[in-house]
Design a protein around this ligand. Structure first.
Ligand code: G
Ligand code: G
Ligand code: MN
Length: 254
């Protein structure tokens, strides 16, 4: 096991040097117009069958996430910049950020360097952070999240609903979006528990002026229920799987 981890760490380092990683993009749809309005960038490792939930946790453990994470930010922001330049009809790009990345003292310098090369509207970038990490955030993390907001970025809580024991933290964090975890979306509208939880999350987000993005929408009845409750955005296999940059372009008219 220890050996496997060590091997994986070596392989990640090699893959970074060889530029082996790539990004896929999952369309995010507007429920009213039924059109693609945005994309979530998701890292892929071609030539292996490793999924990000297999190698991102190790990257977080070893610190390799700093290099991977900056690569993801640069690749996603560059792609968004190019799509905008080409006249793509895309409102924003959503990028997964590991909170550990914020602990790198060079993080903001690296980020500012990316923004100077690809001068996008930072208001059109959503940074997704998982809920469990948000809940445990210390004062210095909160300060850095505020630093991201000051630069204009929007912040989303990813996998919302899977890790909460207190909603108090929501009041103290500079959040704009909630991405409702697909484990709840799965059961609507047939499973009463999932449905009640989703209704509560929707009510709360309205009161707190947070925009909901429903994840993992696979069936038309889920989509219809969400639309009837006033949810504005959704992603999932019902609309589209994550696809390569080239295959994403038709979704935004280029
Ligand atoms: O699409 P998928 O199976 O690949 O993603 C699995 C998990 O990996 C998701 O929870 C997603 O948030 C995470 N993930 C995908 N891409 C990235 C990335 O670029 N950075 C981070 N930190 N997590 C990612
Ligand atoms: O945690 P995060 O939301 O970043 O995870 C995105 C993950 O969800 C990726 O692994 C992506 O491939 C996966 N995904 C996207 N849409 C669907 C869906 O409709 N159903 C399921 N089961 N997984 C999905
Ligand atoms: Mn995500």
């Amino acid at each position: 096991m220890a050996h496997e981890k060590w091997q994986l760490e070596q392989d990640i380092t090699k893959a970074l040097n060889a530029h082996d990683f790539t990004l896929h993009f999952q369309p995010i749809f507007d429920l009213k117009s039924n059109r693609c309005i945005a994309a979530e960038a998701l890292i892929r490792w071609p030539g292996t069958d490793l999924r990000p939930d297999q190698f991102i946790p190790l990257a977080e453990e070893t610190g390799l996430i700093h290099t991977i994470g900056i690569w993801v930010l640069e690749a996603a922001i560059r792609q968004f910049f190019e799509w905008k330049q080409a006249g793509g009809a895309i409102d924003y790009i959503s990028i997964n950020l590991s909170v550990i990345q914020l602990k790198d003292k060079n993080f903001f310098d690296n980020l500012d360097a990316i923004l100077s090369r690809f001068p996008i509207e930072t208001g059109q970038v959503v940074l997704e952070i998982t809920e469990s990490v948000m809940m445990n955030s210390d004062a210095s993390t909160v300060k850095k999240l505020n630093g991201l907001r000051e630069r204009g970025f929007s912040l989303a809580i990813d996998d919302f609903g899977t890790g909460f024991s207190s909603l108090n933290y929501l009041k103290h964090l500079p959040i704009n979006y909630l991405k409702v975890d697909r484990s709840f979306i799965k059961g609507v509208p047939n499973n009463p528990h999932d449905t009640v939880i989703c209704e509560a999350i929707i009510q709360m987000s309205l009161a707190m002026e947070l925009t909901i993005i429903a994840e993992g929408v696979e069936m038309p009845h889920q989509m219809n229920w969400l639309a009837s409750k006033g949810v504005l955005c959704a992603q999932g296999y019902f609309y589209a799987h994550p696809v390569s940059a080239k295959d994403f372009q038709p979704y935004i008219g280029i």
